[in-house]
Every structure is written in structure tokens, then in C-alpha cells.
Design a protein around this ligand. Structure first.
Ligand code: PLP
Length: 465
């Protein structure tokens, strides 16, 4: 079972004091860390004495905080072994979609209009596949061709042999971490970044190094320093409509990052999950056009539908061979039917891009309009695309706001979930993927939450996508 040191926990806690009783505020923040996944279920907390010393508190205060968590069923103590966080309510299953909560922890949209038709077309084709074994470790040849064409069209010439089909982008990321990252390796990630990428790299026992990014763009000077100090084995980046900042890396930045990685022998892993969610930026060639040795992750979860679970990896052949070799320990291929649907969808890429643009532009307009009215003191940059606004909600604490908003029927992810070491306490990711009505309701609920004292967080774990 995992444990956490008092120093690391102190970093995760960030700025948690807000003028109330210390034991209650400490308990509340620990509970949020557990619910949003920063403290995985069954993590052993530091001994009361250690944590008290690190936080500059009395042991009685920490004991009272742990006691409160025990009363809430959020902590269990085993004599002689320590105290472990547990998700309240026992089984750690995420809340189902229809739990009556407006779930803005997921930046995701309902299926695009053309998806159902493509399922129908695939149904007419599946018969022809049934004579084969169905085990396609690399993916259905027809889909590999369609994905290669997708890259070539966008400016990175690609051969189908450079493509491996995965069961969503997250699966591709797990495969990359398993095959290409060894325990103790340094892995550079943007700060802030997509939380499950951090989780995946940490699960592979990588040590994370930050590349600062904000809605204004990447701090490539800092990246140069970080690479020089750590020579990371891999660098995971989102060059297009970065999640959560919405920033895009300009062509000169792509060139600079590619050369930086080359100098340090770092494998660049570009996640293009959000690359085609363009509202008003215009197309940019994939990072792979500047860095032929890089690996690219992509998929249809945001462009078409998350329920399809189709993604892909584009990589140099030698890297792809390593990934193919490592895959059977994880799974033996992606469902054939969904691959047929995906090939149909990729033939309609322009239609999908246009549909998403219309929906996202309307969501962005509503959200930023409501925010400007409800929170004139918040600062944010209008992204050119992507799925979310990364708002600066100073002086409010985003962790507290998230707790209070949940009590008003809106689930959001607090800023620190996108960083490591407790950063981003004054940042809130606000997805604009929901309908305009839902977004207006969400901002109204946030407004009410911002003037209230907080209530307890959700009992079910939150999955941030
Ligand atoms: C940047 C990024 N990568 C990967 C994923 C997961 O994608 P998939 O649903 O294809 O596994 C998400 C989902 O939100 C994401 O935002």
C-alpha cells in the first residue's frame, strides 16, 4: 500500500488555512485530496507527530483532524500500522453519469451527430471481419491507413506502419509509460497538465519535472533549464489547446522544443486529444512535423465520442515495435467493431470539426459572458479552442470553492489536481463542453458557492477528463 511523507503531504496540502479552526480545515483539505484522487484510496498518512512538526501545528490539532476524518468514515487507523485514507462510503466507484449532479469534472461532450450513422455503417461491414481471428494487436489495417492519412493531411507524412490503434488515448499513454519509462526515470510534464498523465507516469515510478505553461503559452526558458538539470527520459506535452490552459504552442515553439528534446535525448510524447477542437486558431501541423522521432497520441474521444474508446499512437517504427511487444501484457487489441466505426468517422473529419466548433464556440461565449458578469474580479484568457477556461479565481481558494459548489449540485475539479505539490490553488478549470443552459446554471451555482461557507465534498471519487 502507498504511503506519503509529511513533507510531500504538506506540499499537496498547499495553502489550506482560511481562518477557521485548524483541525477542521486540515480535515476538509485531506478529504478533498482523497476524493479528487491526489491521495489515492488506502494511502497511509504520516504519523500525527511527523505531520504536526512539518506543518508547525500541535499534535493535538493533527489528532483532532484525523479524528474528524475517522468520524466521517474517511480515515481508518490500524493499531501498529498507521492511518489510511479511505473513500467515504466504502467502495471506490466513481459516480455514474446520471447522479443528479452537473458534472464539470469531465471536459467531454455527447456524441457528435454523425456518430450514430457511422455505427450503422460499421454494422453493415462487421460480417466481413468475422472470418478472421479478431486479434489485431496493431489495429485494423483499414483504420491504420485512415489514421496515417489523417496525419499526412495535417502536415506530418505518415506510413500506416507507424500507427498502432489503442483503446482510447489514456490506454496509449499507459502503454507508452509501461514500455518506455523505467522506475526512477525523469519525466517532464507541463505544469499544469492532464491529471491522469501525471498519475500514469507516477504509476510507472517516474520522477516528474515541470515545464511551466499558462494561457499565455509555454515558458521555454524554464523548460531549457529543467531539461539541462534533469535530462528527462520523456516529455509529455499537449501542443494544441493544452488541457487545462487552452494554450497552443506556436511553430517557433514547436521547433525549439523539438531541438531541446533532441539535444537531451528526450523522447517527446505529444498528446493530440484536443488538437482538432479549434474555434478560431486555424490549423497547425503536428509536433511530429518538427520532431520525426517523437511519439504522438491521438483519438476520437473529444472529436466524436468518449464512449467509442478509440485512440492511436504514431511513432517511428522502432518505437512502435517496442510498444507492440509490450502490449500483450496489457491487452490483446482494440474491439474490431469500434475500429470500423472510427474509420467511418475519420472519413468525416471535416464534418466533426465543424460540428464541435459550433458547440464549443457557443459554450465558450456563454461561459465567459456569465463569468464576466458573476465574477468580474476573476481573470482569464479566452482560449482559441479546446474545452476549458483556466480561470484565476483569486483571492478565492479553488479547493474550497469546489467543495461548496458540490453542495449546490455542480462538480468541478480544483486547480491543484492539475499540478503537483499543491500549486494552482487559485486556479479553476471550467470546461465549456456542457450546453449553454447548463453552463449558465453552473456559474450561478458557483456564485452562490463563493459566498457560502463550505460543505463536505462528494463521497464518490471524481474522474477528471
Ligand atoms: C489531454 C487528454 N489526454 C487524454 C485523455 C483521455 O482520452 P481518452 O478518452 O481517449 O482515453 C483526455 C481526456 O480528457 C485528455 O484531456
Amino acid at each position: 500500500m502507498a504511503s506519503i511523507t509529511s513533507v510531500r503531504l504538506a506540499r499537496l496540502l498547499g495553502s489550506w488555512r482560511h481562518g477557521g479552526p485548524a483541525y477542521a480545515e486540515l480535515a476538509e483539505r485531506l478529504r478533498l485530496l482523497s476524493v479528487d484522487g491526489r491521495l489515492p484510496d488506502r494511502t497511509r498518512l504520516p504519523a500525527e507527530r511527523d505531520l504536526a512538526l512539518t506543518l508547525g501545528l500541535s499534535r493535538t490539532t493533527v489528532a483532532a483532524a484525523y479524528g474528524r476524518l475517522r468520524d466521517l468514515g474517511a480515515l481508518t487507523s490500524v493499531r501498529g500500522s498507521g492511518s489510511y485514507v479511505v473513500l467515504p462510503g466504502g467502495p471506490a466507484l466513481p459516480a455514474p453519469d446520471a447522479s443528479g449532479i452537473l458534472d464539470l469534472t469531465k471536459a467531454a461532450m455527447p456524441a457528435a451527430g454523425v456518430v450514430e450513422e457511422c455505427y450503422g455503417r460499421a454494422a453493415a461491414q462487421i460480417g466481413a471481419e468475422l472470418g478472421g481471428s479478431g486479434y489485431e494487436l496493431l489495429g485494423l489495417p483499414r483504420l491504420r491507413v485512415a489514421v496515417a492519412e489523417h496525419f499526412t493531411r495535417r502536415g506530418a507524412a505518415t506510413d500506416p506502419e507507424q500507427v498502432l490503434i489503442t483503446t482510447g488515448v489514456q490506454h496509449g499513454l499507459s502503454l507508452i509509460a509501461r514500455a518506455l519509462v523505467a522506475p526512477g526515470d525523469r519525466a517532464a510534464v507541463e505544469q499544469p497538465t492532464y491529471p491522469h498523465a501525471m498519475d500514469t507516469l507516477l504509476a510507472a515510478k517516474a520522477r516528474l519535472v515541470g515545464i511551466p505553461v499558462s494561457p499565455g503559452g509555454w515558458d521555454l526558458e524554464a523548460a531549457e533549464e529543467a531539461f539541462a538539470a534533469a535530462s528527462p527520459t520523456v516529455a509529455y506535452v499537449m501542443p494544441d489547446f493544452q488541457n487545462p490552459t487552452g494554450a497552443s504552442l506556436a511553430p517557433e515553439g514547436r521547433e525549439r522544443l523539438a531541438r531541446l528534446a533532441e539535444r537531451h535525448g528526450t523522447l517527446l510524447v505529444a498528446d493530440e486529444t484536443t488538437a482538432l477542437l479549434d474555434i478560431r486558431r486555424g490549423p497547425l501541423a503536428p509536433l511530429a512535423a518538427w520532431s520525426p522521432t517523437s511519439v504522438t497520441l491521438g483519438g476520437l474521444s473529444k472529436l466524436a465520442w468518449g464512449g467509442l474508446r478509440i485512440g492511436w499512437i504514431r511513432a517511428p517504427r522502432s518505437v512502435l515495435a517496442r510498444l507492440a511487444q509490450a502490449r500483450p501484457a496489457l491487452d490483446l487489441g482494440t474491439p474490431v467493431f469500434e475500429q470500423l466505426v472510427a474509420a467511418e468517422l475519420l472519413a468525416r473529419e471535416d464534418l466533426l470539426v465543424a460540428e464541435r466548433r459550433t458547440r464549443l464556440a457557443a459554450g465558450l461565449d456563454t461561459l465567459t459572458g456569465a463569468l464576466a458578469e458573476g465574477f468580474p474580479e476573476w481573470r482569464f484568457t479566452q482560449p482559441d479552442g479546446g474545452m476549458a477556461v483556466w480561470a484565476d479565481c483569486s483571492p478565492l481558494s479553488s479547493s474550497r470553492l469546489v467543495v461548496a459548489a458540490h453542495a449546490r449540485g455542480v462538480a468541478l475539479t480544483a486547480g491543484p489536481r492539475f499540478g503537483f505539490d499543491g500549486a494552482f490553488e487559485h486556479r479553476l478549470r471550467l470546461p465549456f463542453t456542457a450546453s449553454p443552459e447548463e453552463l449558465a446554471d453552473a456559474v450561478a451555482a458557483l456564485r452562490a458557492a463563493s459566498t457560502s461557507r463550505s460543505a463536505g465534498p462528494a463521497d464518490a471519487p471524481l474522474i477528471t477528463v
